[in-house]
Design a protein. Structure first.
Length: 251
């Protein structure tokens, strides 16, 4: 079952560790292209083996580096292509929901050069950092170290975002992800929305649901306040309540 999950802890991604932002992008790509999953697993295996060689203070062979450079390049360009694709949807989605005139985008920390130029430059970075890598026993450059930036009006939300802006960004991103999923796969994903709209005013909540529900398939929404779900698009919905560990119909 293909699902897109809106979860309150998603807002931590915006201001949290870079690994959270990388994982967010990777999971989104996995869902639209199964080939990326096997590629990424190959990259992680190569990275693990390369790190083991560095810990053993072994001299890197040309074969090790050539494999790593090839896999790193492919992973990087998968991410770059996804970011370029999702940015076209993200900014329009953010404006549709919030109608505030602000601009959002994801900036991936790699230049949009052609793959051959990227390989050449990346190989040079590996060579330049070899002594430091041997000292630490770790591969210090590559997709596993990159930090995608989430921007509002050109400013990093991880550094300058207010308390509510990370939530707004994530709602727009997940909505854009649903739209992109439908465009790429030709099917509608199941949407799981866990109490993510409680801090929106009525107009923005309505705009959010309108933007989202046109793109999703089956939808599951949780909330501690049923009044937040009184939207015309939910008029035919089935309402359930969880009370004392039991699930029952809610009328």
């Amino acid at each position: 079952m293909d699902t897109v999950l809106f979860y309150p802890d998603d807002i931590i991604v915006v201001k949290g560790s870079p690994v959270l932002r990388r994982s967010l992008l990777d999971r989104a790509i996995f869902q639209t292209d199964n080939n990326y999953l096997s590629l990424f697993q190959d990259y992680l295996r190569c990275l693990k083996q390369r790190n083991a060689a560095l810990k053993g203070k072994e001299e890197m062979s040309d074969l090790w580096d050539s494999q790593f450079v090839e896999l790193a390049t492919r992973v990087t360009f998968y991410r770059l292509n996804y970011v370029e694709r999702i940015n076209r949807i993200l900014d329009e989605t953010f404006d549709n929901i919030y109608q505030c005139g602000e601009k959002v985008q994801i900036k991936y920390p790699a230049s949009e050069e052609d793959p051959q130029t990227f390989k050449k430059n990346f190989s040079a970075r590996l060579a330049a950092g070899r002594k430091k890598e041997l000292l630490y026993g770790l591969t210090l450059v590559g997709p596993h170290r990159e930090d995608p930036q989430f921007l509002l009006n050109g400013q990093s939300l991880s550094l300058y975002g207010s308390q509510g802006q990370p939530r707004s960004f994530m709602l727009a991103f997940k909505t854009a992800q649903v739209i992109d999923f439908k465009e790429q796969r030709g099917i509608r994903p199941v949407l799981l929305l866990d109490d993510m709209t409680s801090e929106l005013d009525d107009d923005r909540r309505d705009s959010f649901f309108e933007s989202l529900l046109d793109q999703a398939g089956q939808v599951f929404v949780t909330s501690t306040d049923v009044n937040l779900l009184k939207h015309r698009r939910f008029s035919d919905a089935r309402f359930l309540k969880v009370e004392n560990g039991k699930i029952a119909e809610y009328n």
